[in-house]
Write a protein that binds this ligand. Structure first.
Ligand SMILES: *[C@@H]1O[C@H](CO)[C@@H](O)[C@H](O)[C@H]1NC(C)=O
Ligand SMILES: *[C@@H]1O[C@H](CO)[C@@H](O)[C@H](O)[C@H]1NC(C)=O
Length: 516
């Protein structure tokens, strides 16, 4: 290392620091903000332009689509944005047939999984509220069948299945502790549904709209403003906003059926910026206030009175105003953006021009940054925790998914070293680096997101699985870059440390290649 340091060039140092800095900077801006990308309009820009806009100009990193159209899925290719697709309600009865489910997957999802970060399939939307007996009876069987098709395609760990509900599934929602599902649906549909979600580790998804539940008297409560709030006498808990009360009513209903452990995600919520003149609290300022407070609240980790210290995956409705939506004026004015992509109001999801321009070369971060780069990686769980068979299954799965996760660890590959943990560390991390680094990507039960380079974690593990001391991540970065810049012969991995460096080198090459 001493000798290597001597030949180390200044420009390489700069590159290292810039890489470290840019990674950090981008992570700093990104929370987890989802939007519903509805398209009931005749004036919206082409999907590719929209996807590019979301990626480059906003901090939105999740979208929900209302179908699974090829044009849409192509638009989000190589963006890393986590995409949720939808099977439309009319297809639900067919989906109970495994042949149909496999075919649906083959034509709508499989062609895109290498390039588009599809993380979830929603089976229908607000199916119970349709009151259509065939749809309702087919819902859970359709989800189970589609899941079986996902398992068959080895996509079940990456793509989860759920279905969104309106709050109409509750027969009682006040006080929040008294929340109950409608009788009949509770045991016949929701119980099997919740069992399915538990078995597949997927969230229960709901569309709560304080807007539709508010009156002039409760407007402040609905908008997260200071209000007298609501006191629940059963629990002695105080509610300061209506969204919390709605979420807790759903939680109470789930708990009554024995499913308080299932995550809740908000598939839709929003506030219109324009309504008919008789409507109170329908203006851009109120909409901005709702959505801004909403984002702050669901990502803060405050949780709700009955679900403290939690965050909620949330999708704002909607990305655009949609001019062809039927109904009162407000229905066409839920959008954050106008069709020309100018904001209807500001809720802080636009990247500032400066941030966008300097995304990858933000020099001021060089000095602001300490010498330990934080570049999250996906690594196998701790030394003893992950079993080797599961790691081998990950490798097999990834090799089937994408050549770049696999070729370097094949026999002639530059990262070949036939040890399951080493190869798993490489391909799991390559997947994570290659798909945009969301928690949902490359979701392996035997992996965890870490700020330690995967190569470091494997050299932490000696033959008897005890952690050892290793280099600091910065030294590691320098070593790998030195290999790249200063050594002309092909890199040969002759040791665990070498193969570790190889993982990192591969990731660095990818990043240099894609960002410059
Ligand atoms: C709520 O507070 C009242 C009055 O202090 C008390 O009698 C009651 O037991 C409390 N209930 C719960 C569920 O804590
Ligand atoms: C929630 O977080 C607060 C503050 O960190 C802590 O005091 C409290 O015990 C936590 N509650 C639960 C249920 O974890």
């Amino acid at each position: 290392m001493e000798k290597a340091m001597a030949t180390f060039s200044a420009s390489t140092v700069t590159t290292i620091l810039l890489l470290a800095a840019s990674t950090l900077y981008i992570q700093g801006v990104e929370g987890s903000i989802g939007v519903n990308y509805g398209t009931v309009a005749n004036n919206l820009p082409p999907p590719a332009q929209v996807a590019h806009f979301l990626l480059e100009s906003t901090i939105v990193n999740r979208v929900r689509l209302f179908d699974a159209s090829t044009e849409m899925l192509r638009a989000f290719a190589h963006t890393g944005i986590a995409v949720t697709v939808t099977v439309t309600n009319d297809q639900i009865p067919h989906l109970t047939n495994i042949g149909f489910a496999q075919e649906w997957l083959k034509s709508n999802v499989q062609p895109h999984v290498r390039t588009t970060n599809i993380v979830r399939i929603l089976v229908g939307n607000e199916v119970i509220s349709t009151a259509n007996k065939l749809l309702i009876a087919s819902l859970v069987p359709a989800m189970q069948t589609l899941h079986a098709a996902l398992v068959g395609a080895s996509l079940d760990r990456r793509i989860k299945i759920s279905t969104p509900h309106s709050l109409g599934i509750l027969s009682s929602s006040s006080p929040p502790s008294g929340g109950k599902f409608r009788q009949g649906y509770d045991t016949h549909v929701l119980k099997p549904l919740l069992s399915f979600l538990r078995a597949t580790n997927s969230p229960f998804m709901i569309n709560p709209y304080p807007f539709f539940g508010s009156s002039p008297e409760t407007l402040d409560y609905a908008l997260f403003r200071t209000s007298s709030g609501v006191f629940d006498e059963n629990t002695n808990l105080s509610y300061t906003n209506m969204l919390d009360a709605q979420l807790d009513a759903v939680f109470s209903a789930m708990k009554l059926l024995g499913f308080s452990d299932i995550e809740i995600a908000i598939s839709e919520t929003g506030w219109p910026s324009l309504g008919d003149s008789s409507q109170v609290g329908v203006d851009a300022e109120s909409a901005a206030q709702y959505n801004r407070n909403l984002m702050q609240h669901v990502t803060s980790g405050a949780g709700t009175p009955l679900m403290p210290n939690r965050t909620f995956e949330t999708y704002i409705f909607a990305l655009f105003n949609e001019d062809l939506k039927p109904g009162p004026t407000c229905e066409r004015n839920f959008g954050l953006f106008l069709p020309d992509m100018t904001p209807v109001y500001d809720i802080g999801i636009l990247r500032s021009t400066v941030a966008a321009a300097n995304k990858f070369h933000h020099a001021t971060y060089i000095s602001a940054k300490s010498s330990i780069p934080t570049n999250p990686s996906l690594v196998p769980s701790d030394c003893t925790g992950a079993d080797l068979e599961a790691l081998q299954r990950n490798i097999d799965h990834l090799c089937g998914l994408e050549m770049q996760y696999c070729t370097p660890i094949q026999e002639a590959g530059e990262c070949f070293l036939p040890m399951v943990r080493v190869h798993a560390a490489f391909s799991m991390n390559a997947c994570y680096q290659g798909t945009g680094k969301n928690d949902f990507d490359c979701d392996f039960e035997t992996g965890e997101i870490s700020n330690v380079d995967p190569s470091m974690s494997l050299s932490f593990c000696t033959h008897d699985n005890t952690p050892t001391q290793a280099h600091t991540p910065l030294l590691f970065l320098i070593e790998t870059l030195l290999q790249e810049f200063a050594i002309s012969s092909p890199f040969q991995a002759a040791s665990i440390e070498g193969i570790g460096a190889c993982s990192g080198l591969f990731a660095m090459k990818k990043r240099i290649g894609s960002e410059d």
